[in-house]
Write a new protein. Structure first.
Ligand code: ADP
Length: 397
């Protein structure tokens, strides 16, 4: 019997899952999928490692499966699939580990209580991330569980990079820059030594461009600065999030438009970004293929914000040796990569157009001073690896 690890990533209305099986000392991807529409019109779909749909189930409109039913369905289905392997642990993506968790941690009731402290810091994600954990602790207390955090990788940021220019009391109370997408950056940092030794040991900016987008400055593979901050709405323009905004705008909206917290939350998280500016879609593919000038404006602003933030991260690093593109847009859009690299020509980076069009991985020209890469991220594998190592005692929490 080989070891299998189940990875869960629970959101407000969906739970994504992936199974990894140990083969020859390595974790190999197995089935994956999701249960979505948990409170409206539930649907479960599972795919093989090669991407073929292997199971599907839909529930009637108005059915409330909830997180409880979702986890139960996924757990039951995954157990049936594991013929020659045994589930040794579950790894969870948890958005916030605050200042306490700079590493993944084995979960028990007391750790869950300490993670509940961070719900006010990430109210849109943290409570949902914790639900399957609580449920499995109740129902299968002997099944080991591990939490991996989106913030942990940025705990290496120097104190000054974490600081807002607010009174010290607020900083001490936890109002500081945490940074997110850490599991993605950690994965990229883990593969860089095999890809480009100079990028691994030097100054690299990673662009995680997806529905949620951010950038991270790596020095010798460690995070020293990132564009996200106290929350994941800071920094770059995203699919539906506005990114950096003058805090005075929020005060104006409250005073002059009578908007309350929930209305502003909806505006800055769900109605802004590519969707808000274009009025058409939050999906980069749709906007790139659209003739409406508002679509072009949204894409232009997305790129302009990257250009500005890239300058800031390069300043934090004191120079740059490599650029890495990842996530949905970064991995798939040759046009976006080409435009980012053209904007960054002043840094000494130039593109190999043919390599970029064919998906890299190296997309910079042979004589480019700064190398550029497109690399697929794998947050799930990072979680599975941490979980497996921690449970084997090969990693401490
Ligand atoms: P999430 O942050 O939800 O994990 P992803 O990393 O999957 O998101 O990225 C989703 C984004 O990637 C969407 O904006 C989608 O349009 C974009 N995307 C995917 N494929 C392409 C493509 N070929 N060209 C441009 N954008 C793409």
């Amino acid at each position: 019997m080989t070891d299998a690890i189940l990875v869960l990533n629970a959101g407000s209305s969906s739970i994504k899952f992936s199974v990894f099986e140990a083969q020859g000392g390595k974790l190999e991807p197995g089935v994956r999928g999701q249960a979505e529409g948990l409170y409206t019109k539930p649907r479960f779909v599972a795919k093989s490692a090669a991407g073929a749909v292997v199971a599907e189930k839909s529930w009637e409109e108005g059915t409330t499966l909830g997180h409880v039913g979702g986890v139960a369905h996924i757990g039951g289905w995954v157990s049936e699939q594991l013929a020659s392997s045994r589930l040794v642990g579950v790894g969870h993506r948890v958005v916030h580990g605050g200042l306490d968790y700079s590493q993944p941690v084995r979960l028990d009731a007391s750790v869950v209580t300490s993670l509940e402290k961070y719900i006010p810091l990430a109210p849109l994600h943290q409570p949902h991330n914790l639900k399957p954990i609580e449920l499995l602790l109740q129902r299968q207390p002997d099944l080991p569980q591990v939490a991996c955090f989106d913030t942990s990788f940025h705990r290496s940021n120097p104190e000054i990079a974490q600081r807002f220019a607010l009174p010290a009391e607020l900083h001490d109370a936890g109002v500081r820059r945490y940074g997110f997408h850490g599991l993605s950056y950690e994965y990229i940092a883990s593969v860089l030594p095999k890809v480009d030794a100079r990028a691994a040991s030097g100054r690299t900016v990673v662009l995680h461009l997806g529905n949620g987008s951010s950038m991270c400055a790596l020095a010798g593979g460690k995070s020293v600065a990132s564009t996200m901050g106290f929350t994941a709405v800071e920094g770059l323009m995203m699919g539906t999030r506005c990114g950096a905004i003058d805090p005075g705008v929020i005060l104006y909206l409250m005073d002059q438009r009578g908007m309350d917290t929930r209305a502003i939350e909806k505006l800055i998280y769900n109605q802004s970004g590519l969707l808000g500016v274009s009025g058409i879609s939050s999906d980069m593919r749709v906007l790139l293929g659209h003739e409406d000038p508002r679509a072009a404006l949204a894409v232009d602003l997305f790129l302009y914000r990257i250009r500005r933030e890239l300058g800031s991260l390069v300043a934090a690093l004191g120079g740059i040796d490599a650029l890495v593109f990842t996530a949905g847009i970064g991995e798939n859009s040759a046009v976006v990569r080409e435009r980012v690299i053209a904007d960054a020509a002043w840094l000494g980076v130039s593109i190999d157009a043919a390599a970029n069009a064919s998906g890299g991985p190296r997309i910079s020209a042979a004589d480019s001073k700064v190398s550029a890469w497109t690399l697929p991220t794998n947050e799930e594998l990072m979680i599975a690896t941490h979980t497996w190592r921690l449970l084997q005692g090969r990693e401490s929490s």
